[in-house]
Structure formats: C-alpha cells, structure tokens
Design a protein around this ligand. Structure first.
Ligand SMILES: Cc1cc2nc3c(=O)[nH]c(=O)nc-3n(C[C@H](O)[C@H](O)[C@H](O)COP(=O)(O)OP(=O)(O)OC[C@H]3O[C@@H](n4cnc5c(N)ncnc54)[C@H](O)[C@@H]3O)c2cc1C
Length: 269
C-alpha cells in the first residue's frame, strides 16, 4: 500500500481547494468525500464568488472538480468511517509496516478500503440543524435556505419566514427585511430569546411579524419552488402576538410564500 503525503477528508469547496494547493506543492494526495460539492450542490445561484457573475453551485463545483483533476488530484467518493494513528503499528492487514508508517494515519472508508497518509486535512464542513418536516430536503436551495446572508437577494420583494427565536433567527429576520416585502418569525416558544438590541429592531420594523407558540409542520411547493408553509399552533391563543397571513401585497413576478395555520387560534390580535 502506497503511503500518501496527504489525505483530505471532505470534497466540498474547502477540500477541493486544499487539493489544488496540495498539487501546487507536488504532494501525493487523495480527496475522500461523500459527494463532490458538499453543501454547495444545493446552492441555486452563487453571487459572491469573485470572477463568476452568475453561476449555480453545481456549475461551480464542476469547475472546481475539473480543476482538481487537471492539477493531478484524485477524488474518491466514499465515507470515511475510521481514522487512527496507533493502529497502524499493530494492524496485520497492512504488510511491510515500517517506522515511517507509524507516524502516519490509517484511514478506513465505508467500502472497507484502507489508506495511509503522513498527514490528514479535515474539510468535513458542517451539517445544518434541520426541522425534519416534509418538504424541507426536497426544497433545499429552492426556497428553503439556511444562510440569510448568502440568499438575501433571493428574497427581494417576496414574503418569507424565518424559523426560530434566538439571536440567529432575529438577526436573519432583520437582514431579510431589508429586501423582502414581509418576514414572519415562526417560533415554538412563548417569547423571542434574541439580544434586546435585535428585539428592538424587530418591534420597530413594519415588515416583520412574530408568530409565537407555533411550529412548522410542512413545507409545500409546486415541484419547483416553495409556495407555502403549513403551521401548527401549539400554545394558548392569548400568547399569539400577531397572525396576519393571507393576501399580503406582492410584486408582480415575485414568488410569494403563503403561510397558513393548520389550527389557527380563535383570536387574531
Ligand atoms: C442552499 C445553500 C446555498 C448556499 N449559497 C451560498 C452562496 O451563495 N455563497 C456562499 O458563499 N456560500 C453559500 N452556501 C454555503 C456554502 O455552500 C458552504 O459555506 C460551503 O459549501 C462550505 O464548504 P466546506 O467544504 O467547508 O464544507 P461542506 O460544503 O459542508 O463540505 C463538506 C463535505 O465533507 C463531507 N464529509 C463530512 N464527513 C465526511 C466523512 N466522514 N467522510 C467523507 N466525507 C465527509 C460532507 O458530506 C460534505 O460533502 C450555501 C449553502 C447552502 C446549503
């Protein structure tokens, strides 16, 4: 078995970038990742990558993969299930172990293959916390987003909802209200938990409405984009601050997300 200079775990933008650099230094290396592209495969439009005015996540990834290969990098589509240092010395499955190998890492993938490298870069990215409701995965990148900064321009003139009640949620709502026509904050708790400075901004905004004691049950689309979210009211009606969901004005050509309550409270303040 060859001893590699480097193994990069993860084939998202970070792993692919690391590979291009490794090639520049003539390092004998491998990229092992579950799926080339990582989170970027879900990005419909990337607008903040210099040099590319209009590019989808998939296209950008294809270019990155092609660049990796052109520079001599190799990508293996697999999950790494084990990485160890000590076992290298003792394992009987790898013949002719010597001192040099003992300083390296043994990487094992799901298909049972083993690789040895002197160094490892972990470019495993992160996993967004999911709501776990029907429609969420299906419409990721097509109306369901996890990054307000990245997608802000997509909400221009639209009605949207932010799910959650902590600092990330209230900051995202304020940010989105700069381009969206209307932003709902949907939170299952009884009051928002963001910093007072952000809560003040929420209260002052005419474009943000807070819906408390409420959970998203389903995200519904037309097969192409998100159209609405189905909400379920979970608390006493008196604690729902504002519920005004239908018939908001939208710009011509916009894709409004209409929200409706499955069990609407009897009293709408
Ligand atoms: C819908 C959407 C739109 C976005 N739009 C933009 C945008 O417009 N502009 C922008 O700058 N950013 C955008 N982003 C964010 C951007 O995609 C991420 O910041 C970027 O992908 C992070 O790259 P990464 O390589 O660090 O991690 P990731 O993309 O998360 O890649 C990590 C990879 O490692 C793999 N991995 C993890 N563990 C293992 C293992 N044990 N074995 C093998 N592989 C493993 C994962 O499966 C994954 O493929 C968007 C994200 C999403 C979801």
């Amino acid at each position: 078995m060859d001893i590699l200079d480097l193994i990069i775990i993860g084939s998202g933008p970070a792993g692919l970038t690391a590979s291009i650099y490794a090639s520049c230094y003539h390092l004998k290396h491998l990229v092992i990742g579950e799926k080339p592209g990582g989170q970027m495969q879900f990005a419909t439009d990337i607008l903040n990558y210099p040099g590319f005015e209009d590019v989808s996540g998939k296209d950008l990834i294809e270019r990155m993969v092609s660049q990796v290969k052109k520079r001599g990098g190799e990508i293996i589509t697999q999950s790494v299930i084990k990485m160890s240092k000590n076992e290298i010395r003792n394992t009987k499955q790898i013949p002719n172990l010597n001192d040099q190998i003992q300083k390296g890492y043994l990487i094992e993938t799901q298909d049972g293959k083993k690789y040895i490298a002197k160094a490892v870069i972990l470019a495993t990215g992160m996993e967004r916390r999911k709501l776990g409701v029907p429609g969420e995965i299906e419409y990721t990148g097509r109306g369901v987003h996890y990054c307000a900064t990245c997608e802000k321009q997509d909400y221009d003139g639209k009605i949207c909802a932010v799910v959650g009640g902590g600092n990330s949620a209230v900051q995202a709502a304020v940010q989105l209200s700069q381009s969206a026509d209307m932003v709902y904050i949907i939170y299952r708790g009884t009051e928002l938990r963001g910093d007072p400075i952000w809560i003040e901004k929420i209260k002052k905004s005419k474009k943000i409405e807070v819906i408390l004691n409420t959970q998203v049950k389903e995200i519904v689309g037309d097969g192409t984009n998100v159209k609405r979210a189905v909400l379920e009211f979970t608390g006493p009606a008196a604690q729902v601050s504002q519920v005004t969901l239908q018939n908001h004005p939208t710009r011509v050509g916009s894709r409004p997300v209409k929200l409706h309550l499955r069990n609407p409270p009897s009293h709408h303040p």
